[in-house]
Design a binder for this molecule. Structure first.
Ligand code: PHE
Length: 461
């Protein structure tokens, strides 16, 4: 139903690459390796893969089906298929898109800044990388420059539209990303001690699998696959009826997991080659890796480090594009506003909404310790509330929407288009069962636990 005037993906692979681009992001290359490093290496990977197939795959199928059926932005889709009372669920998705992009762009800006610094050779002779990072994120003008830059590149692409902007960018950046990743893996495998890194990563320590592992793995899987806020409802609305939703969702999921897996294969040998502990947390990418690159010497350091941060920028950019597209599609579809103008306007507003996060690393002390949020930073607040809490909640409510309002029969009918074999298949039963029982119950439970943990600091497990 996607009308020509609102645009659409020109090819099947275009949609798959754009959606995989949304999924593959900082989550895969920045967050996944450090979560795995902290939570038992391959043990985390195993839990992550199981959760992804159990919960995330059916939710992704549901999102794409809703979007393609309605042919509208996330708010318009819920309203069209479910009536006015479901509109607020769409608005929650748009709010999440805005708020997640507001902090995501700040971190992407750091990656962009590091890419430029390292490519010009500025970053390779620092005596203390932790100190450098601290000063860097505290420097108002640097931050300003790089975050404005990153947001402007994102807006430039989104303003060009679905086919010429989003699809074209994904078709270039996704293969480039994969190529850089493979080259970096090839290189890091040759380093001394690489095998120790690989075996840390690939030999699972199942004793580390507790509820504490489940928790981050679950939240991470949701964030990493861009689920729960309608990014894939929006992208799904640009997909043709001949596309097979089941195989598209499967390919997107596999691509996302593969990039996370490969990022680990690249990073652990690097870390072990320099004898660094694998569980250094969020600082891994911005503190530990630059130190490692600098040990390679000025030329190799520039090439390997520059490639790594370029990879990180590409990954982030295909995600920021999808985050911006969610509110932009709303204004284009619901308010009939011209895409170009609306894109730049929305991007500017989101940039402003991101200022507290940007200034929360020390520039403005009030944003560094929010008294109403357990003295955490504004960036933590926005990230935790809008991604860790709201995304699983949005996923749970989407299941309720399908089961109680739209009807699972209608969802199945939408999937039959482009995939007639789905009718009566085992997969159909599996998807229907998980969307009806497993996902809403477990995601609902998970949402309660995460609200208690993040907002009230009460850990039940
Ligand atoms: N999936 C992206 C990542 O892994 C983040 C994202 C979340 C993008 C939600 C869009 C929507 O980095």
């Amino acid at each position: 139903m996607s009308s020509l005037s609102r645009g659409g993906f020109a090819s099947r692979i275009g949609f798959i690459l754009a959606a995989a681009g949304s999924a593959v992001g900082l989550g895969n290359i920045w967050k996944f390796p450090y979560e795995a490093g902290k939570n038992g290496g391959a043990a985390f990977l195993v839990v992550y893969v199981l959760l992804t197939f159990l919960f995330c795959y059916p939710i992704m199928v549901g999102e794409i089906a809703i979007g393609r059926r309605a042919g509208k932005d996330v708010y318009g889709s819920y309203k069209l298929l479910g009536g006015k009372k479901w509109g607020p669920l769409g608005l929650l998705g748009i709010l999440c898109g805005i708020m997640i992009l507001s902090f995501y762009n700040v971190v992407a800006g750091w990656a962009f800044g590091y890419f430029l610094e390292i490519s010009f050779g500025n970053l390779l002779s620092e005596p203390n990388y932790a100190e450098f990072f601290g000063t860097y994120v505290n420097n108002f003008w640097d931050n300003m420059f790089f975050s404005v830059g990153f947001m402007a590149i994102t807006a430039f692409i989104v303003a060009k539209g679905v086919k010429q902007g989003i699809e074209a960018a994904a078709k270039i950046m996704m293969p480039a990303l994969l190529l850089i990743l493979l080259l970096l893996i090839g290189y890091s495998m040759t380093l001394p001690n690489a095998m120790a890194g690989i075996s840390f990563y690939l030999l699972p320590d199942f004793s580390k699998i507790t509820l504490d592992t489940l928790y981050p793995a679950m939240g991470h899987a949701f964030f990493s696959l861009s689920l729960g806020m309608g990014a894939l409802i929006t992208y799904g609305s640009y997909v043709g009826k001949n596309q097979n939703i089941m195989t598209a969702a499967f390919t997107i999921t596999i691509m996302d997991m593969s990039v996370a897996f490969l990022a680990g294969l690249m990073i652990f040998p690097l870390i072990f080659s320099q004898g660094v502990a694998p569980d250094s947390g969020p600082a891994l990418v911005f503190v530990v890796l630059p130190a490692i690159f600098s040990a390679f010497g000025p030329i190799l350091g520039k090439i390997v480090g520059g490639s790594f941060f370029l990879l990180l920028c590409f990954a982030a950019l295909t995600s920021t594009i999808s985050l911006l597209e969610v509110p932009v599609a709303y204004y284009v579809d619901e308010r009939n506003l011209p895409r170009k103008r609306v894109t730049w306007l929305v991007a500017a507003v989101i940039f402003i909404a991101g200022l507290p996060s940007m200034l929360s690393q020390g520039v403005v002390p009030a944003f560094n310790k929010l008294s109403f949020y357990h003295d955490k930073t504004a960036l933590d607040f926005v990230a935790e509330v809008f991604s860790e809490v709201c995304l699983p909640l949005g996923g749970c409510l989407m299941c309720l929407f399908i089961v109680l309002q739209w009807g699972q029969q209608n969802m199945s009918k939408e999937i039959y288009e482009g995939n007639p074999d789905y009718e009566g298949s085992f997969l159909e039963k599996y998807i229907n069962f998980t969307i009806r029982y497993v996902c809403p119950i477990l995601l609902g439970l998970f949402s309660v636990l995460i609200v208690l943990d993040k907002l009230f600091q009460v850990k039940l497990f």
